[in-house]
Design a protein around this ligand. Structure first.
Ligand code: HEC
Length: 100
């Protein structure tokens, strides 16, 4: 059951990336990556809230590149290094949800 849910989430993430027309250099900035990809899970009670937790930039980058249990991994062809660095910096420095 849990495995099915995870597979479903990964498919959903792929569909989101497809819809955004992603590819290296396709992202305007980290805010757009967050809004088009991360927020679908991380502001929807699928994944834990990321904002306002001072999560370290390197930790965020690592989780996005390698995945972690139910968190899917994203390749550089999906979210390029510059866009990933930007979204990680943005989240590390973000205010808690509802206090922006
Ligand atoms: C398909 C849903 C989904 C998408 C899209 C997604 N995540 Fe996640 N993420 C998760 C889930 C679920 C977890 C919790 C994983 C676990 O612990 O099993 C998670 C965990 C994380 C964690 C660890 C949080 C912690 O409390 O330690 C980070 C950091 C993270 N995600 C960053 C991101 C970023 C940045 C993006 C956008 C590039 C993103 N995620 C996109 C589902 C998603």
């Amino acid at each position: 059951m849990r495995a099915n849910r995870v597979a479903c989430l990964i498919v959903a993430a792929g569909a989101m990336l497809g819809a955004a027309g992603a590819g290296a250099g396709q992202w305007r900035d980290g805010a757009q990556v967050y809004e088009k990809v991360c927020a679908h899970c991380h502001e929807a009670n699928v994944g834990p809230v990321l904002k306002g937790r001072q999560l370290p930039v390197v930790y965020i980058e690592r989780v996005v590149r390698h995945g972690n249990r139910a968190m899917p991994s994203f390749r550089p062809s999906e979210i390029d290094d510059a866009a990933l660095a930007d979204v990680a910096r943005l989240l590390a420095a973000s205010a808690p949800l509802g206090k922006e």
